[in-house]
Ligand binder design. Sequence first.
Ligand SMILES: Nc1ncnc2c1ncn2[C@@H]1O[C@H](COP(=O)(O)OP(=O)(O)OP(=O)(O)O)[C@@H](O)[C@H]1O
Ligand SMILES: [Mg+2]
Length: 249
Amino acid sequence: MNSPSNSTLLDFAQVSMTFEDGTRALEDISFSVKAGEFVTVVGPSGCGKSTLLRIASHLEHNTGGVCTVDRDSIGYVFQDATLLPWRTVERNVELVAELHKVGKAERARRSAEAIELVGLKGFETKYPRQLSGGMRMRASLARSLVMKPKVFLFDEPFGALDEITRERLNGEVLNLFEHEGFAGLFITHSITEAVYMSTRVLVMSARPGKIVQEFNIPFAYPRSHDLRYSPEFAELCGEISHALRGAHQ
Ligand SMILES: Nc1ncnc2c1ncn2[C@@H]1O[C@H](COP(=O)(O)OP(=O)(O)OP(=O)(O)O)[C@@H](O)[C@H]1O
Ligand SMILES: [Mg+2]
């Protein structure tokens, strides 16, 4: 397995993906995510965004180019929280650590810490069905945090949540991004969310997905809730929206 050099944590070099049935999902994707970066990808439905994350997490193998990442340094949060219904919050959060063969006491310690970090203290013994959608996403986040990942992959994690909950979780993820020091690769359909979260936004074209435009987001962290209502923010959203409309053609 290739490991990326210096501060580059995840690197795509001319990555392409053609599925067995001939579907060309990705073409010539080149970009990297460095320590301290939060990179968001936006693009039309079906353009290959999830495929890109699946390649980064080794769930799928690219047919062209090279994806370089340290497999053990990755955390994921996917669109549905994928919690095991028969395990409590605590036992779900311990799951990834269990798979990595972390000892029982250490697992319990890390899990308690992660549960506290995501604001689920007091809910340790609840089952997923007893949680709200936002709480389930928090538990899913905690499950990966336990392994202290260097890169976090997020595939539309908050798409199914109401706007207020989504904004609150955006703030919480950014807080973790700053304090836990992981880099992020985030997928969303929300331009506001993309700009609010990121140091950089990449716009992909319709399938086969290519990166057609890149935007640096200049706002410092911590980002205030009200940033979303500033003229500079609106202007960037407008530019990205324009690029996305071009990408749908
Ligand atoms: N295993 C597979 N075999 C064949 N085609 C596939 C496979 N997985 C995905 N695809 C196709 O690859 C393309 C990209 O899929 P992907 O799920 O990456 O899109 P996406 O950008 O995440 O879309 P959305 O925004 O709707 O989630 C789609 O046309 C999809 O049908
Ligand atoms: Mg997807």
